[in-house]
Ligand binder design. Structure first.
Ligand SMILES: [Zn+2]
Ligand SMILES: [Zn+2]
Length: 290
Protein backbone atom coordinates (compact mmCIF):
# COMPACT_ATOMS: atom_id res chain seq x y z
CA UNK A 1 0.00 0.00 0.00
CA UNK A 2 1.39 3.35 -0.98
CA UNK A 3 1.87 5.91 1.73
CA UNK A 4 0.01 9.23 1.62
CA UNK A 5 2.37 12.11 0.92
CA UNK A 6 3.43 13.85 4.10
CA UNK A 7 1.70 17.20 4.61
CA UNK A 8 4.22 19.97 5.21
CA UNK A 9 4.28 21.15 8.84
CA UNK A 10 2.43 24.39 9.55
CA UNK A 11 4.95 27.21 9.92
CA UNK A 12 5.30 28.55 13.49
CA UNK A 13 3.99 32.01 12.62
CA UNK A 14 0.67 30.55 11.49
CA UNK A 15 0.08 28.83 14.83
CA UNK A 16 -2.23 30.57 17.28
CA UNK A 17 0.06 31.24 20.24
CA UNK A 18 0.02 34.01 22.83
CA UNK A 19 3.27 35.47 21.49
CA UNK A 20 1.98 35.34 17.89
CA UNK A 21 -1.10 37.48 18.50
CA UNK A 22 -1.19 40.97 17.00
CA UNK A 23 -2.89 42.60 20.00
CA UNK A 24 -3.52 45.98 18.40
CA UNK A 25 -5.53 44.45 15.54
CA UNK A 26 -6.99 41.55 17.50
CA UNK A 27 -7.88 43.84 20.42
CA UNK A 28 -9.81 46.24 18.19
CA UNK A 29 -11.70 43.41 16.48
CA UNK A 30 -12.44 41.83 19.89
CA UNK A 31 -13.73 45.07 21.46
CA UNK A 32 -16.06 45.73 18.52
CA UNK A 33 -17.45 42.19 18.85
CA UNK A 34 -17.97 42.65 22.60
CA UNK A 35 -19.80 45.90 21.83
CA UNK A 36 -22.29 43.87 19.75
CA UNK A 37 -23.40 42.07 22.94
CA UNK A 38 -25.17 45.30 23.88
CA UNK A 39 -27.08 45.42 20.58
CA UNK A 40 -30.35 43.81 21.82
CA UNK A 41 -30.52 46.19 24.80
CA UNK A 42 -29.83 49.35 22.82
CA UNK A 43 -31.92 48.73 19.69
CA UNK A 44 -33.65 51.73 18.15
CA UNK A 45 -34.89 52.10 14.59
CA UNK A 46 -32.77 55.21 14.15
CA UNK A 47 -29.66 53.28 15.28
CA UNK A 48 -30.54 50.46 12.89
CA UNK A 49 -30.97 52.89 9.97
CA UNK A 50 -27.66 54.55 10.85
CA UNK A 51 -25.93 51.14 10.81
CA UNK A 52 -27.34 50.44 7.34
CA UNK A 53 -26.29 53.84 6.03
CA UNK A 54 -22.74 53.56 7.42
CA UNK A 55 -22.45 49.96 6.13
CA UNK A 56 -23.03 51.31 2.63
CA UNK A 57 -20.90 54.45 3.11
CA UNK A 58 -17.83 52.98 4.85
CA UNK A 59 -18.11 49.38 3.60
CA UNK A 60 -19.70 49.70 0.16
CA UNK A 61 -17.90 52.89 -0.88
CA UNK A 62 -14.90 52.80 1.47
CA UNK A 63 -13.87 49.14 1.22
CA UNK A 64 -15.43 47.70 -1.97
CA UNK A 65 -15.26 50.69 -4.32
CA UNK A 66 -12.11 52.27 -2.86
CA UNK A 67 -9.80 49.85 -1.00
CA UNK A 68 -10.51 46.97 -3.38
CA UNK A 69 -11.40 48.12 -6.89
CA UNK A 70 -9.70 51.54 -6.85
CA UNK A 71 -6.59 51.33 -4.63
CA UNK A 72 -5.71 47.65 -5.03
CA UNK A 73 -6.64 46.98 -8.65
CA UNK A 74 -6.89 50.47 -10.19
CA UNK A 75 -10.03 49.43 -12.05
CA UNK A 76 -10.98 53.06 -12.71
CA UNK A 77 -9.67 56.56 -12.21
CA UNK A 78 -11.11 59.28 -10.02
CA UNK A 79 -9.91 62.73 -8.94
CA UNK A 80 -7.33 62.49 -6.13
CA UNK A 81 -9.55 64.36 -3.69
CA UNK A 82 -12.32 61.77 -4.22
CA UNK A 83 -9.77 58.97 -3.73
CA UNK A 84 -8.68 60.48 -0.39
CA UNK A 85 -12.24 61.02 0.85
CA UNK A 86 -13.19 57.43 -0.08
CA UNK A 87 -10.03 56.15 1.65
CA UNK A 88 -10.97 57.99 4.86
CA UNK A 89 -14.46 56.44 4.63
CA UNK A 90 -12.76 53.03 4.27
CA UNK A 91 -10.70 53.57 7.44
CA UNK A 92 -14.02 53.91 9.30
CA UNK A 93 -14.62 50.19 8.66
CA UNK A 94 -11.66 49.61 11.03
CA UNK A 95 -9.89 47.17 8.73
CA UNK A 96 -6.47 48.60 9.57
CA UNK A 97 -3.96 50.56 7.52
CA UNK A 98 -5.14 51.11 3.93
CA UNK A 99 -1.59 50.56 2.60
CA UNK A 100 -1.36 47.22 4.42
CA UNK A 101 -4.89 46.24 3.33
CA UNK A 102 -3.95 46.81 -0.31
CA UNK A 103 -0.59 45.03 0.10
CA UNK A 104 -2.20 41.97 1.70
CA UNK A 105 -4.81 41.75 -1.03
CA UNK A 106 -2.24 42.05 -3.81
CA UNK A 107 -0.23 39.24 -2.18
CA UNK A 108 -3.44 37.18 -2.07
CA UNK A 109 -3.78 37.55 -5.85
CA UNK A 110 -0.07 36.86 -6.47
CA UNK A 111 -0.08 33.66 -4.40
CA UNK A 112 -3.76 32.60 -4.47
CA UNK A 113 -4.18 29.44 -2.37
CA UNK A 114 -0.43 28.90 -2.30
CA UNK A 115 1.90 28.82 0.68
CA UNK A 116 2.39 32.62 0.64
CA UNK A 117 -1.31 33.48 0.34
CA UNK A 118 -2.03 35.50 3.53
CA UNK A 119 -5.51 33.99 3.94
CA UNK A 120 -6.23 30.78 2.04
CA UNK A 121 -8.76 28.23 3.37
CA UNK A 122 -6.10 25.66 2.46
CA UNK A 123 -4.66 26.61 5.85
CA UNK A 124 -8.05 26.20 7.56
CA UNK A 125 -11.44 27.86 7.09
CA UNK A 126 -11.21 29.83 10.35
CA UNK A 127 -7.69 30.87 9.43
CA UNK A 128 -8.88 32.34 6.13
CA UNK A 129 -11.92 33.97 7.77
CA UNK A 130 -10.45 35.76 10.78
CA UNK A 131 -7.44 34.15 12.44
CA UNK A 132 -4.97 35.35 9.80
CA UNK A 133 -5.59 38.97 10.75
CA UNK A 134 -5.09 38.53 14.50
CA UNK A 135 -1.72 36.81 14.07
CA UNK A 136 1.50 38.78 13.46
CA UNK A 137 2.71 38.63 9.87
CA UNK A 138 5.97 36.73 9.40
CA UNK A 139 9.17 38.66 8.80
CA UNK A 140 9.76 39.47 5.14
CA UNK A 141 6.08 39.06 4.21
CA UNK A 142 6.15 42.35 2.22
CA UNK A 143 2.61 43.27 3.22
CA UNK A 144 3.25 47.00 3.03
CA UNK A 145 5.88 46.75 0.29
CA UNK A 146 3.33 45.31 -2.12
CA UNK A 147 1.67 48.74 -2.12
CA UNK A 148 4.69 50.94 -2.87
CA UNK A 149 2.62 53.10 -5.23
CA UNK A 150 0.45 54.21 -2.29
CA UNK A 151 3.51 54.78 -0.11
CA UNK A 152 4.82 57.27 -2.66
CA UNK A 153 1.70 59.44 -2.20
CA UNK A 154 2.32 61.85 0.72
CA UNK A 155 -1.39 62.42 1.43
CA UNK A 156 -2.04 58.67 1.43
CA UNK A 157 0.86 58.26 3.88
CA UNK A 158 -0.77 60.76 6.27
CA UNK A 159 -4.18 59.04 6.03
CA UNK A 160 -2.44 55.72 6.58
CA UNK A 161 -0.45 56.97 9.60
CA UNK A 162 -3.63 58.26 11.29
CA UNK A 163 -6.04 55.63 9.96
CA UNK A 164 -7.50 54.91 13.41
CA UNK A 165 -8.60 58.53 14.03
CA UNK A 166 -11.69 58.86 11.74
CA UNK A 167 -13.65 56.02 13.40
CA UNK A 168 -12.91 57.37 16.89
CA UNK A 169 -14.14 60.82 15.82
CA UNK A 170 -17.17 59.21 14.16
CA UNK A 171 -18.02 57.37 17.40
CA UNK A 172 -18.07 60.64 19.36
CA UNK A 173 -20.03 62.37 16.59
CA UNK A 174 -22.75 59.70 16.39
CA UNK A 175 -23.05 59.62 20.19
CA UNK A 176 -23.70 63.35 20.46
CA UNK A 177 -25.88 63.52 17.33
CA UNK A 178 -27.93 60.47 18.38
CA UNK A 179 -28.36 61.92 21.88
CA UNK A 180 -29.31 65.33 20.51
CA UNK A 181 -31.84 64.06 17.96
CA UNK A 182 -33.41 60.98 19.59
CA UNK A 183 -31.85 60.59 23.06
CA UNK A 184 -30.28 57.48 21.52
CA UNK A 185 -26.54 58.22 21.79
CA UNK A 186 -25.49 54.76 22.99
CA UNK A 187 -27.78 53.05 20.50
CA UNK A 188 -26.10 54.98 17.69
CA UNK A 189 -22.64 54.03 18.98
CA UNK A 190 -23.47 50.33 19.45
CA UNK A 191 -25.35 49.99 16.15
CA UNK A 192 -23.55 52.58 14.02
CA UNK A 193 -20.06 51.58 15.12
CA UNK A 194 -19.96 48.09 16.68
CA UNK A 195 -22.74 46.17 14.88
CA UNK A 196 -22.01 47.85 11.57
CA UNK A 197 -18.23 47.25 11.59
CA UNK A 198 -18.63 43.64 12.77
CA UNK A 199 -21.18 43.00 10.01
CA UNK A 200 -18.78 44.51 7.47
CA UNK A 201 -15.91 42.42 8.89
CA UNK A 202 -17.68 39.14 8.37
CA UNK A 203 -18.96 40.14 4.92
CA UNK A 204 -15.36 40.99 3.88
CA UNK A 205 -13.94 37.90 5.54
CA UNK A 206 -16.50 35.62 3.86
CA UNK A 207 -15.05 36.70 0.51
CA UNK A 208 -11.72 35.20 1.63
CA UNK A 209 -13.14 32.11 3.37
CA UNK A 210 -16.45 31.13 1.69
CA UNK A 211 -15.35 32.70 -1.61
CA UNK A 212 -12.50 30.18 -1.80
CA UNK A 213 -14.54 27.23 -0.46
CA UNK A 214 -18.13 27.09 -1.77
CA UNK A 215 -19.83 28.17 -4.98
CA UNK A 216 -19.28 27.78 -8.70
CA UNK A 217 -16.64 28.78 -11.20
CA UNK A 218 -17.22 30.58 -14.48
CA UNK A 219 -13.51 30.55 -15.28
CA UNK A 220 -10.57 28.24 -14.78
CA UNK A 221 -8.25 30.40 -12.74
CA UNK A 222 -5.90 27.78 -11.29
CA UNK A 223 -6.93 28.60 -7.71
CA UNK A 224 -9.94 27.83 -5.47
CA UNK A 225 -11.80 31.11 -6.05
CA UNK A 226 -15.58 30.69 -6.43
CA UNK A 227 -18.69 32.74 -7.17
CA UNK A 228 -21.12 32.66 -4.30
CA UNK A 229 -24.39 34.61 -4.34
CA UNK A 230 -24.99 35.18 -0.63
CA UNK A 231 -21.49 36.56 -0.12
CA UNK A 232 -22.19 38.96 -2.99
CA UNK A 233 -25.36 40.15 -1.30
CA UNK A 234 -23.47 40.79 1.94
CA UNK A 235 -20.51 42.47 0.23
CA UNK A 236 -21.95 44.63 -2.56
CA UNK A 237 -20.95 42.19 -5.33
CA UNK A 238 -17.54 41.06 -4.06
CA UNK A 239 -18.76 37.45 -3.88
CA UNK A 240 -18.34 37.03 -7.67
CA UNK A 241 -14.84 36.17 -6.64
CA UNK A 242 -13.94 33.61 -9.31
CA UNK A 243 -14.83 36.16 -11.99
CA UNK A 244 -12.64 38.64 -10.16
CA UNK A 245 -9.68 36.24 -9.98
CA UNK A 246 -10.09 35.63 -13.70
CA UNK A 247 -9.71 39.30 -14.57
CA UNK A 248 -8.46 41.15 -11.55
CA UNK A 249 -8.38 44.63 -13.02
CA UNK A 250 -11.94 44.57 -14.32
CA UNK A 251 -14.18 47.02 -12.44
CA UNK A 252 -17.03 44.63 -13.17
CA UNK A 253 -17.09 41.39 -11.14
CA UNK A 254 -20.63 40.20 -11.95
CA UNK A 255 -20.35 38.74 -15.47
CA UNK A 256 -23.63 36.88 -16.01
CA UNK A 257 -26.98 38.63 -16.00
CA UNK A 258 -27.95 37.31 -12.58
CA UNK A 259 -24.62 38.19 -10.99
CA UNK A 260 -25.74 41.45 -9.40
CA UNK A 261 -22.74 43.65 -8.72
CA UNK A 262 -23.66 46.70 -6.69
CA UNK A 263 -20.06 47.99 -6.55
CA UNK A 264 -19.77 48.04 -10.35
CA UNK A 265 -23.11 49.86 -10.64
CA UNK A 266 -21.85 52.38 -8.10
CA UNK A 267 -18.71 52.98 -10.20
CA UNK A 268 -20.92 53.45 -13.29
CA UNK A 269 -23.03 55.91 -11.32
CA UNK A 270 -19.85 57.75 -10.32
CA UNK A 271 -19.02 58.01 -14.04
CA UNK A 272 -22.41 59.57 -14.74
CA UNK A 273 -21.66 62.08 -11.98
CA UNK A 274 -18.24 62.85 -13.51
CA UNK A 275 -16.38 61.16 -10.63
CA UNK A 276 -15.00 58.09 -12.46
CA UNK A 277 -13.28 57.61 -15.82
CA UNK A 278 -11.22 54.98 -17.65
CA UNK A 279 -13.32 52.17 -16.15
CA UNK A 280 -11.73 48.82 -17.00
CA UNK A 281 -14.27 46.37 -18.45
CA UNK A 282 -13.82 42.58 -18.87
CA UNK A 283 -11.86 42.13 -22.10
CA UNK A 284 -12.70 38.56 -23.05
CA UNK A 285 -9.26 37.19 -22.29
CA UNK A 286 -8.90 34.17 -20.03
CA UNK A 287 -10.46 30.77 -20.08
CA UNK A 288 -14.22 30.61 -19.52
CA UNK A 289 -15.38 27.18 -18.38
CA UNK A 290 -18.61 27.27 -20.38
ZN1 LIG B 1 -9.45 35.43 -3.66
ZN1 LIG C 1 -8.97 41.61 -5.64
Amino acid sequence: MSQAPATPAEPTWRKIRFRNIDWSTGGGIGILHVGCLFAPFTFTWSGFALAGFLWWLCGGLGICVCFHRLLTHRSFKTPKIVEYVLTILGTMSWQGSPIKWVGVHRLHHQHSDGEDDPHSPKHGFNWSHVLWCVVKAPKGSRRRDAAKDLQRDPVMRIIDRWHFVPLILLAFAVYFLGEFLFQAGWSWVVWGVCVRTVFTYHATWFVNSAGHTWGYKNFETGDDSKNIWWVSLLSFGEGWHNNHHWMQRSARHGMRWWEFDMTYLTIRLMKLMGLARDIIEPNGKGAPIS
